[in-house]
Design a protein around this ligand. Structure first.
Ligand code: NDP
Length: 242
């Protein structure tokens, strides 16, 4: 039944940055449930999983986004679940941050999500059904020194999701945000030990998240029909729900 979260068929799922880290864990979760899953990759590291369709796509390029959706839709049918997960960091204190450091992070993390969401929503509107999940960060909610670019992009996703929620109105199309805290991936392994310890000292769970624990929240949002414009922290209690 539409909007109740019940499933009657394999979904066509599209995960940006699904070739590694959190995106790969999310993609594997959907594939394990029997969904048809396309993941984007840029370089020479497409995932080797047999049940994932790897489509080349840099989310900073609208033409590549369109082409990747065409490939996914040809193989799997119209995308009904979009996970905008691709992200980068270029951390610097503001006084040392170049305009390029700032705009490139916005272009991938925020405008990239806009490009894929706009492309996906067209088909979702035609079908009257869809689930969009944007991968933000606790940096969006608490800020972080050296991350004015990244936090601004990730906070932008919250306003984006809530505005789109208003636009979609009563249709069975949802847009929500997950905000992970420190999660064990290549991105967090690039942090210094001092940065890790600082983050963990403010995390009641006392450990980083495993990417599968972010996938738990995404899986829920891809099913739920009445959760809209929400931000779900997956942060081991660092924000105590915020
Ligand atoms: P990784 O660095 O492990 O992976 C980043 C992914 O994003 C890769 O698949 C990468 O592809 C892809 N990507 C980056 N730029 C682009 C682009 N322009 N076009 C398409 N794909 C791109 O990071 P995580 O798995 O940790 O991060 C996933 C998401 O989770 C990000 O949005 C990140 O900001 C967010 N996050 C991560 C946290 C953490 O502690 N790890 C905490 C909070 C949020 P490629 O392999 O081609 O580089």
């Amino acid at each position: 039944m539409a909007g109740t979260g019940e499933r009657d068929e394999a979904r066509s799922v599209f995960v940006t940055g699904g070739n590694r880290g959190i995106g790969l864990a999310i993609a594997r979760r959907f594939a394990a449930a029997g969904d048809r899953v396309a993941v984007t990759f840029r370089g020479d590291r497409p995932p080797t999983d047999e049940n994932l369709l790897a489509v080349r796509c840099d989310v900073t390029d609208g033409q590549q986004v369109d082409q990747a959706f065409k490939e996914a839709e040809t193989a799997h049918g119209p995308v009904t679940v979009l996970v905008a997960n691709a992200g980068v960091t270029h951390d610097r204190l503001l006084v040392r941050m170049s305009e390029e450091d700032f705009t490139s992070v916005i272009d991938t993390n925020l405008t990239g999500a806009f490009r894929v969401a706009r492309r996906a929503v067209r088909g979702m509107l035609a079908r009257g059904h869809g689930r969009i999940v944007l991968v933000s960060s606790t940096a969006a909610l608490h800020g972080a020194a050296g991350q004015t670019n990244y936090a601004a992009a990730k906070a932008g996703l919250v306003g984006f999701a809530r505005s789109l929620t208003h636009e979609l109105g009563p249709r069975d199309i949802t847009c929500n945000v997950v905000a992970p805290g420190l999660t064990e991936t290549d991105m967090s392994r690039a942090l210094t030990e001092e940065q890790r310890q600082h983050l963990l000292s403010n995390t009641p769970a006392g450990r980083p998240a495993h990417p599968d624990e972010v996938a738990d929240a995404v899986e829920f949002l891809a099913r739920a029909g009445y959760v809209r414009g929400a931000v779900i922290p997956v942060d081991g209690g660092a924000g105590l729900g915020h």
